[in-house]
Design a protein around this ligand. Structure first.
Ligand SMILES: Cc1ncc(COP(=O)(O)O)c(C=O)c1O
Length: 389
């Protein structure tokens, strides 16, 4: 678990480093990649060993006997989240963006509205629109640097055309770990407006100490309209495996999802199944505990470093390795902020407006990288705003 090791990811078909120049104009030889949400760390040895075993065997046929894989998922949810999963409720998708598209297709019709609490993970809106459904943006309230819901405003916004709401819990990009009361509020909102609730909990294992993630399935009165989505991919940095868990307990919802997957001929890739089975283990759990401690140190460094620049405020993260930083107080235009960070400092970070309403003055920085690189980014960005000091 040497999270300080600088691993060169260039020229490995790595989206984060190898597409940076094309998309940001920042050379991977001189710049720092802080955009795509994957980490610059190797997964735990258990995952590496599982892959090595496959390579050593060398025959890559169809996967059979999913029982240990399903039991590993159920073990993880019980051990880490106190959530009892019936293994027959698990669907394996090609990641959670795929799962979002499947849920939208399974439970809504073209033209229906799908509610998002924005700003939020950008692929939700892209997927909804591509499926011919309407994105209904319900803006979160930024209450002194902390996102909160305003259900009275959302109630007034609903027209009856909305059929689904997608929650990001914990929240990307604001880093909130929603409280039980807030989750109950979302569940009640879904029931009031007869919406299917899709709860994307991909960041559930990456929670800062002092905060506890509550799976939506533990909230009263929502099971009959709930689609849970989790994955090992963010937690263990195996996003390239493109594998996700969709967990549905309601029989009617389950049948619709199963029929759609069958109709599309979707079945998982064996590499992902082997990796997830190995990751959801006591060894994987110990690795995640060490990872969270390391990430917390990086978070502090980045938050304190950037917030020391006059007019810049990083949201106090409760979860994820994605720092959501507000540049509104600098009074600078979006283009000027981008110019300083991307062009001058050579730091490739996500642009706030891609996350929807409320993201206009923000940028998102991925700090799941060795600490020396986070320090380098802080130094470069501080220098790019030195005239404000
Ligand atoms: C909330 C959320 N959902 C889904 C994903 C991506 O999921 P996948 O790689 O499984 O498609 C991300 C990646 O950043 C995310 O933040």
């Amino acid at each position: 678990m040497d999270f300080d090791e600088l691993i060169d990811r260039r020229n490995t078909h790595c989206n984060k480093w190898d597409d940076m120049e094309r998309l940001f104009g920042v050379s991977p030889d001189t710049g720092i990649a802080m955009w795509v949400a994957d980490m610059d760390f190797r997964p735990p040895a258990a995952v590496q060993n599982a892959l090595q075993k496959m390579l050593d065997h060398g025959v890559y046929g169809y996967f059979g006997n999913e029982t240990p894989y399903r039991e590993a998922i159920a073990w993880w949810m019980q051990a880490r989240h106190g959530w009892t999963v019936d293994t027959s409720d698990i669907f394996t998708t090609h990641g959670l963006v795929n799962a979002t598209g499947l849920a939208v297709t399974a439970y809504t019709q073209p033209g229906d509205g799908v509610v998002l609490f924005t700003p939020v993970y950008h692929a939700f809106a892209r997927t909804i629109r591509a499926a011919g459904r309407a994105v209904v943006e319900c803006p979160l309230v930024n209450n002194a640097g902390r996102y909160e819901f305003d259900f009275a405003a959302y109630d007034a916004q609903m027209t009856g055309a909305e059929k689904m709401v997608i929650l990001c819990s914990p929240h990307n990009p604001g880093g909130r770990v929603w409280t039980r009361e807030e989750l109950q509020g979302v569940a009640d909102f879904a029931r009031r407006h007869d919406l299917i609730l899709v709860s994307d909990e991909i960041h559930h294992d990456l929670v800062m100490s002092g905060h506890t993630h509550i799976p939506m399935t533990k909230i009263d009165g929502i099971a009959d309209r709930l689609v849970m989505m989790t994955a090992a991919t963010k937690t263990f940095n195996i996003a390239g495996a493109h594998i996700g868990n969709v967990i549905i307990s309601d029989p009617a919802l389950k049948k619709r999802f199963a029929d759609l997957m069958m109709g599309l001929g979707i079945s998982p890739n064996s590499f992902g199944l082997h990796m997830v089975t190995a990751a959801y283990s006591p060894e994987g759990a110990a690795w995640v505990d060490a990872l969270n401690l390391y990430l917390d140190g990086n978070r502090r460094l980045l938050e304190e470093g950037l917030s020391a620049i006059p007019g810049v405020q990083a949201m106090a993260l409760e979860s994820t390795y994605l720092s959501w930083v507000d540049f509104a107080g600098t009074g600078m235009s979006e283009d000027e902020v981008k110019r300083r960070i991307v062009t001058e400092a050579g730091v490739a970070a996500n642009y706030g407006p891609t996350f929807g309403k409320g993201g206009e003055t923000f940028m998102r920085f991925n700090f799941a990288t060795p600490r020396a690189r986070v320090q380098d980014a802080v130094n470069r960005i501080s220098a790019a705003f030195a005239d404000l000091q």
